[in-house]
Ligand binder design. Sequence first.
Ligand SMILES: Cc1cc2nc3c(=O)[nH]c(=O)nc-3n(C[C@H](O)[C@H](O)[C@H](O)COP(=O)(O)O)c2cc1C
Length: 193
Amino acid sequence: MSGLKIVGLSGGLSVPSRTLSLVELTVGRIADAARVAGLANTTEVVDIAALEEIGGLRARPGSPAVEAALTAVEGADLLIAGSPVYKGSYSGLFKHFVDFLDYRGLIGLPVALLATGGSDRHALAIEHQLRPLFAFFQAQPLGTGIFFTERDFGNGEITPGASQQRFEQLVDEAVRALAGARRGERNAKATAA
Ligand SMILES: Cc1cc2nc3c(=O)[nH]c(=O)nc-3n(C[C@H](O)[C@H](O)[C@H](O)COP(=O)(O)O)c2cc1C
C-alpha cells in the first residue's frame, strides 16, 4: 500500500529493548489511527542497534543497510524518534545515527518524541535533550512527548490512566500532523526555508 510514510527510529541498545518495543507500538497505533482517519500509510522501524556497520560509520555513504536506514528517516512524512535516557540524555548510539542525517533532510518534519528511563527524575530529557536536537534540523516535534519508565510501560503494554491518556494525546497529534503532511505543508515549508 502506498501513501504517507511513518518511520520509527529506536536508539535502544538492550536486547530486548523497551525503547524499541515502545517505538514499534507507537508506530502501529498511529498507523491504525491514521487509516481510520482515511490516511493510507506505510510503516518502517529502524532499530539502530541492529545495523551491524553503524559503529564504523564515519561519513556517507555508509553501508547499503545504513544508507537505507538514513534515507528512510529523511524520506518520512512522520518520524517517531525514541531513545533510552542515558546519563540524562539520548543514547550515544542514537546521536551517532542522527549525526549522519542530512541537515536539510528533516525540515518541517513532524516528529513524535519518545524516551524510556529508569526514573522520573529524568523525564525532562525529552524537553532538554531531544527537542533541541530536532530543532537543529528545523523539524516540527509534536507538542506532546512521552517519557515512560517501567511503571508506565511494562510487559509491552501501557499502564491505564495518565500514561495511556498522554499516549493517546500523542497519537491524536500525530494523525493531525500526518493530515497536514498529505496537504503538502511540509514541502511548502521546506521550499520556503
Ligand atoms: C548506561 C546507562 C545509563 C542510564 N542512564 C539513565 C539516566 O540517566 N536516567 C534514567 O532515568 N535512566 C537511565 N538508564 C536506564 C535506562 O534509560 C532504562 O532502563 C531504559 O528504559 C532502557 O531502555 P532499553 O531497554 O531500550 O535499553 C540508564 C541505563 C544505562 C544502561
